[in-house]
Design a protein around this ligand. Structure first.
Ligand code: MRU
Length: 377
């Protein structure tokens, strides 16, 4: 998508495909800078420190991390070490393991001399597949939007103050499941961008997403760059907006979807789903197939990342002079527990927006749609 009118991807290569660059998301929305990843350790650090984040982008960065390792040292030991290093970065997004397992399966049987080129090709392919998968999710999501817009227009949608709104569609999202969290398009935002480009009047309620503010800092930024009307709200305001008929549907991303349709996503997703259900508002999860963990059925078995408590006890921002600061918002020494994700049970999910279409959040429907686990080629 565009930044200041210039098309960008969240990860890209230069110099014939060998130089890997990412947008430094820790600096957004105050500064836009790209940085070069030169080694597998750089890629691992970028994932761990959330220079890049979002499940699909984590997978793509890991794939390039392996390629960088293979360029320096294509031995078996180096392959094993880089896979282990990258796998240890973040626990919840399954795309990481998916990309690393596929890289391992592809590279291990090759002679060391052929591994670097194969690893770069693999990473590039994985990125292209991500883009086309997200675009397909967008097309299927757009059909859902159009259906809701038609129902709004004909007055068959839920009764409430929503009727007569100047927008065709009001979407609420959580965290950043936008193009910054993928290679391009985003998952939850793909239908939003397509709808906007096709002339629908669309408005997005952006939840700030405490504690790291991916909604306030990233989603608001990328929607703004593309000219999508949006309004930032505190996480706590969602129930109010849902109960007043100001939201037509909720769409969030997923870091891991179980084979039975439970969904782990940024913490706060579960209470949002509960509030949506209580108010009869459809709750969709944009779930590309690499987010499906076919080895787990019950969401309770998904590992939930716990992060530095300072992400809760402090906030970072820019003051009026443009100086970046981190300030404490709690009494000295307050104990804090920083759970980064939660699990939304399938019963609260209206549908999974996948690249193959809208799928019920249940095991049989997922198996019917995907047949067998999807691996990058
Ligand atoms: O901790 P983050 O910023 O990596 O969390 C990101 C999310 O929870 C996204 O919603 C999810 O990865 C889906 S991104 C398309």
């Amino acid at each position: 998508m565009k930044v200041g009118g210039v098309p960008y991807r969240a990860i890209f290569t230069e110099r014939g495909g060998t130089e890997v660059r990412v947008i430094d998301q820790t600096l957004l929305p105050h500064r836009f800078e790209t940085i070069r990843l030169e080694t597998a350790a750089d890629a691992a650090r970028a994932i761990r420190d959330m220079v890049v984040r979002g499940a699909p982008l984590i997978g793509a960065t890991a794939a390039y991390g392996v390629a960088l390792a293979m360029r320096t040292d294509p031995s078996d030991a180096s392959l094993k070490q880089s896979l282990a290093l990258l796998a240890s970065t973040r626990p919840t997004a399954v795309n990481l393991r998916w990309a690393l397992d596929a890289a391992d399966a592809l590279l291990r049987p090759l002679p060391p001399g052929g591994r670097a080129d194969a690893a770069y090709d693999f990473a590039a392919r994985l990125c292209e597949e991500d883009v086309s998968r997200n675009h397909s999710i967008g097309r299927h999501g757009l059909e859902v939007f159009q259906e809701i817009a038609r129902a709004n227009e004909s007055g068959t949608s839920r009764p409430g103050p929503r009727a007569g709104s100047k927008n065709d569609i009001n979407v609420m999202t959580h965290c950043n499941a936008g193009w910054l969290a993928t290679v391009d398009w985003g998952t939850a935002t793909a239908p939003v961008y397509l709808a906007h480009d096709e002339g629908m009047r669309i408005h997005v309620w952006v939840r700030e997403t405490r504690p790291r503010f991916q909604g306030a800092g990233l989603t608001a930024w990328e929607l703004g760059q593309h000219g999508i009307p949006h309004t930032l709200v505190s996480d706590s305001a969602a129930g109010h907006l849902l109960s007043r008929g100001k939201v037509d549907l909720v769409i969030v991303g997923t870091d891991r979807t179980t084979a039975a349709g439970d969904v782990a996503n940024k913490v706060g997703t579960y209470p949002l789903a509960l509030a949506a259900r209580d108010n009869g508002v459809p709750f969709y999860v944009a779930a590309p197939s690499p987010s499906i963990d076919w080895s787990i059925e019950d969401g309770a078995n998904i590992p939930i990342e716990k992060r530095d408590p300072e992400e809760i006890t402090r906030v970072r921002g820019v003051d009026e002079d443009g100086v970046e600061r981190s300030v404490r918002v709690t009494p000295h020494g307050t104990r804090a527990a920083n759970y980064a994700f939660d699990v939304t049970p399938r019963r609260l999910v209206t549908g999974l927006l996948t690249e193959r279409g809208v799928c019920a959040a249940d095991q049989t429907a997922l198996r019917t749609m995907f047949g067998r686990p999807q691996m990058p080629t």
